[in-house]
Design a protein around this ligand. Structure first.
Ligand code: SF4
Ligand code: SF4
Length: 365
């Protein structure tokens, strides 16, 4: 009997590819989330909030997250079935949201519940998490604050924002359906400390220090920003990585705003994601590629910012014939190219030419 060849695209791989594509199409969230504020690395939080790199989630993992979301609705239904009053939407039909730090720190809790058997008269913030057997067993031994400080911080944020004193985190074991519920008390001191942490991140025009300078450090090894922090990947080009943007306090809907100091305009979200040709990298974001050595004024109040590469050659981030930020992002794959005098002369001769690839012959007219 003839063997059945293994197909390249199996049904499973097609399903996972679907989730990977959906995840890749998702834009990074516009705000700093309470769900991540307990992350150990402040630099991570800053880079994420500034859209420095797009998170690539493999399809299998993206589907796993989706499974977790579906479980949330199921557990809330279970609570209702058990006689607990559950509100998972406010009067506007939206999830309960909290916002502070000028609208830049935000979060949405799964529900608020009243009538829980542990304390029937006390309203609780409710959040549902799914975890595997190993983590579930660890959780039983160590408790949520020790094992999941991020969730504990998240609980503080929701309680502080909704002015509630208690939270109930419901953990479901994905492998055997065990359920563990952990109640958390509001801790004003910790809530204020976490808000201050967020404020520091929002106010900082530059990324905080790395949690560790060793690229093999365990928290860095699998981090989305490893290629930026420990490699030579250059930040994405959008208003949040531009030296001209500033985060300012909220609009009427409590959403943090951003302004462009060059154009003197408030930036809507779509504009922020696109950026413009006036984009000039926050110089420290290029530190892994080159060192800033100067800046000169350009027409329209912008600046052309010069950098020196390790071999001593220089290049400039500015309007053509200098390198735009998008060209620098392309060229950083072979940084010596940016300092190449012949290439710079070619660009000066042909002001419409732009660098499109770091491979040889990577200039297009
Ligand atoms: S790679 Fe390390 S230092 Fe950089 S953001 Fe991630 S955890 Fe922080
Ligand atoms: S100069 Fe352009 S990229 Fe920079 S903040 Fe203003 S609009 Fe955004």
């Amino acid at each position: 009997m003839a063997e059945i060849p293994t197909p390249v695209a199996t049904t499973a791989s097609v399903i996972h590819a679907l989730y990977a594509a959906r995840s890749a199409a998702e834009q990074p969230r516009p705000y700093l989330g309470w769900s991540e504020l307990g992350h150990p690395c402040e630099r991570y939080l800053w880079l994420r909030w500034r859209w420095v790199a797009h998170e690539q989630i493999p399809g299998r993992l993206a589907r796993l997250f989706d499974t977790g979301h579906r479980e949330e609705a199921r557990v809330l239904d279970d609570l209702r079935g058990a006689g607990v009053t559950v509100w998972d939407r406010n009067d506007d039909g939206r999830q309960f949201g909290v916002a502070s730090v000028g609208g830049h720190l935000r979060g949405h809790c799964d529900a608020v519940a009243l009538g829980l058997p542990e304390a029937p008269k006390t309203p609780h913030v409710v959040d549902v998490k799914t975890i595997n057997t190993k983590r579930f067993d660890e959780l039983l031994k160590k408790g949520m604050r020790a094992l999941y400080p991020k969730y504990w911080a998240q609980a503080q944020g929701y309680m502080g924002g909704l002015q509630l004193e208690r939270a109930l985190f419901i953990f479901v074991c994905k492998d055997d359906d065990r359920i563990h519920c952990e109640r958390v008390e509001f801790d004003l001191v910790e809530y204020q400390r976490l808000q201050a942490r967020a404020e520091g991140i929002v106010r900082s025009a530059e990324p905080p220090p790395r949690i560790n300078t060793d690229p093999a450090w365990f928290e860095c090894k699998f981090c989305t920003f490893h290629p930026v922090c420990h490699g030579q990947q250059v930040a994405e080009v959008n208003c949040r990585t531009c030296a001209h943007s500033t985060a300012v306090p909220e609009d009427d809907e409590n959403r943090g705003r951003w302004v462009c100091e060059l154009e003197r305009v408030v930036l809507d979200e779509a504009t922020q994601r696109d950026g413009c040709n006036g984009h000039r990298f926050i110089p420290i974001l290029l530190e892994r590629v080159a060192e800033q050595v100067g800046a000169v004024d350009e027409p329209g109040g912008n600046a052309a910012v010069s950098y020196r590469l390790a071999d001593g050659s220089t290049f400039t981030n500015g309007y053509p014939p200098h390198f735009t930020s998008r060209e620098i992002r392309v060229g950083a794959a072979a940084p010596q190219m940016l300092g190449d005098a012949q290439l710079q002369a070619l660009k000066a001769e042909h002001p419409g030419a732009r660098l499109v690839s770091a491979a040889p012959a990577g200039v297009a007219a």
